[in-house]
Design a protein around this ligand. Sequence first.
Ligand code: CUA
Length: 234
Amino acid sequence: MLQARCLPLVALATWGCDHRRPLSTLDPAGPSAAAIATVAWWMLAGAVVLTALVSGLWLWAMQRRGPAPDDARAERQSRRWLLYGGVLLPASAIVALLVFGVPAGRHQLPWRAEPAALRIEAIGHQWWWELHYPDRGVRLRNEMRIPVGRPVDVHTTSADVIHSFWVPRLGGKLDALPGRRRTVRLQADAPGSYRGVCAEFCGRGHAHMALTVVAMEPADFDAWLAGADGAGSP
Ligand code: CUA
């Protein structure tokens, strides 16, 4: 009976771990997404350790016996716990997050220009994505073609309200803001189709605002781009 009651909780807890889901951040298909997955797994490990530590301390305090400490000793103990639990523990957690988070962030947000990177503009509309290849004048609707093994700098903006560009298996998520241009770097390791979505509620059609990223072998991509020159407007 107890197991039956726990099943929905177990299903909910493991739902995000299903590698077959096309929007799983835990099934990365490129270095940008892999960096995010690594941070996620380390955060989970840290959360498990901290939960065990705090639970252990709580149990230890609950079963503790003995005379109550005098005021001076209680004061010293309080200061010590404030130092350990209020300063050292959060500081250690922040340093650990920075150690993993800063290198992961460098994969997503291009701090340095990458000469080999392909430039694509992703323009959010209510409720579709316009993908523009400015070097060739090619425009696509809800489909983005990229070459395998090459960084792709996606410059996001919006024609109306705030949207958010997200292809979970290839990289990080970035808001598409009206009047502003921001950049996220993606990369695919293998040919295939990868699903992307709008990750910011943008009105009635938000749930249907999706796109497909088609990763192609570099030669195939070059041939397609050359052939699609100036065509394919949405
Ligand atoms: Cu566009 Cu949600």
